[in-house]
Design a protein around this ligand. Structure first.
Ligand code: CMC
Length: 434
């Protein structure tokens, strides 16, 4: 299946009489795309697009972003409405199935997720193979990848039931894996999931509770966590999602594909930015040091970036950042934090950056990660867990995108080409002659 035909664009090879009409395909919203699938066959040339900024790698019905207007839709619903009114599990149903659930569908879906939260008991011992000081993202990559060694009964990607059960297993088990990665690092006993608790609540319980005493999850913090998960649930064809799709295009099993996505998310240009924002704020230290820091960011030779600012697609305020900022106030208020020096610093930094021509002219605005670190720190998460949390939320998006790809009859092995600039063929020179 491809988008609707919407005219064509003609290209010609200068210096020859060769021309070609490229069909233009229209989606339901957003810019049309030129279909270049027959380009090499007709004109013998490829396209060049490092970073894929101008390339639609697939057709998708899941998430839409208008980067100029700062719009984010999951299955057509604005992120603001979902963050305000829907639970994360409702959003997960929506992303996976395409429609909002009715009450019965939601309750059945929720129950299915709750009944898959436990890990195989042998996987529990898998954690002990890691060093205590391992970064929890390293543990996430390893343990999520290892799920395919434990759940052989759902690995047939051609079987729709297997695909569904793998999706439930991944969505249900990543919070348990994430919480256990944390518990392992701090040397506390693993807390088994509690299926009487809702998704975000259960995650906070497994993170914070200890067997020695009762623990009650703060409902305001659980709601904030639920909203943070919703904000991170999907974001169309970003680096980690594209990694999941590329791995999936080979027919690899979904656990392996999601492990690949986690590895891709880890980098500071992507999911690792929330951790990097807090590190940056710590290094700046005080409002008085902001001008000096901004000077370094603007210095072409410094390689310093304002973390939590800028986005490949958004050339406007990231709509998730606005909701995150509001959530930040709610959490700090609930925790009785009247003056948070980090928040003050972040706000001063944001204000200065938004007025500075360097950032204005490049359309650099705060992204989702600018405020998330402050909230998570206030909630007691160590910085090393920030990207892990992103991975927990994004698992829903990854598995929805993977499922859509597997069910798309036009899906092919992902295999980009290149502009080769290395040596042309040359003769081997024996070692003695070099
Ligand atoms: N600080 C300073 N300058 C920046 C920044 C920044 N954060 N982001 C972009 N620029 C400048 C860049 O130097 C370039 O300037 P010039 O044209 O003079 O060379 C211009 O803006 C365009 O930058 P680019 O690197 O071509 O843009 P990109 O689309 O490749 O980068 C980005 C997108 C997210 C990697 C980048 O904005 C960045 O590194 N931001 C900081 C890291 C960050 O917050 N990442 C989280 C993204 S949101 C979460 C997620 O979805 O993963």
């Amino acid at each position: 299946m491809s988008g609707t035909a919407n005219g064509s664009v003609t290209i010609s090879l200068d210096g020859t009489n060769q021309t070609m009409k490229l069909p233009l395909l229209a989606g339901s919203i957003g810019p049309s795309v030129a279909d270049i699938r027959k380009l090499y066959g007709s004109l013998g040339i490829f396209t060049f697009d490092p970073g894929y900024g101008e390339t639609a790698s697939c057709e998708s019905k899941i998430t839409y972003i208008d980067g100029d207007e700062g719009v984010l839709l999951y299955r057509g619903y604005p992120i603001e409405a979902l963050a305000e009114h829907a639970s994360f599990i409702e959003v997960a149903y929506l992303l996976l199935n395409g429609e909002l659930p009715n009450a019965t569908e939601l309750s059945e879906f929720d129950m299915s997720v709750r009944h898959h939260t436990m890990l195989h008991e042998q996987l529990r011992r898998f954690f002990e193979g890691f060093r205590r000081d391992a970064h929890p993202m390293a543990v996430m990559c390893g343990v999520v990848g290892a799920l395919s060694a434990f759940y052989h009964d759902s690995l047939d990607i051609t079987n729709p039931e297997h695909r569904t059960i793998s999706a439930f297993r991944l969505i249900a088990k990543v919070p348990t894996i994430a919480a256990w990665a944390y518990k392992y690092a701090v040397g506390q006993p693993f807390m088994y999931p509690r299926n009487d608790l809702a998704y975000a609540e259960n995650f906070l319980y497994m993170m914070n509770a200890v067997p020695a005493e009762p623990y009650k999850v703060n409902p305001i913090l659980a709601r904030a966590m639920d909203r943070i998960l919703t904000l991170h649930a999907d974001h169309e064809q970003n680096a980690s999602t594209s990694t999941v799709r590329l791995a999936g295009s080979t027919g690899a099993n979904p656990f392996a594909c999601i492990a690949a996505g986690i590895a891709s998310l880890w980098g500071p240009a992507h999911g690792g930015a929330n951790e990097a924002v807090l590190k940056m704020l710590g290094e700046i230290g005080h409002v008085s040091a902001i001008p000096d820091f901004i000077g370094k960011v603007k210095d072409r030779n410094s390689n310093v970036r304002l973390m939590g600012f800028g986005h490949r697609v958004y050339k406007n305020y990231d709509p998730r950042a606005k909701i995150m900022q509001r959530t930040c106030y709610e959490v700090l208020d609930e925790l009785g934090i009247k003056d948070d020096p980090l928040l003050d610093l972040a706000m001063a930094l944001e204000k200065i950056a938004l007025e500075d021509d360097y950032f204005v002219s490049r359309k650099l605005y705060p992204n989702v990660d600018f405020y998330s670190g402050i909230i998570l720190k206030a909630m007691g998460f160590p910085t090393s867990m920030f990207t892990v949390l992103f991975a927990v939320a994004r698992t829903v998006g990854w598995i929805s995108q993977w499922k859509e790809m597997i069910e798309d009859p036009s899906q092919r092995l992902g295999r980009p080409r290149q502009l080769y600039t290395g040596p042309t063929q040359r003769n081997y020179v024996p070692l003695a002659a070099r």
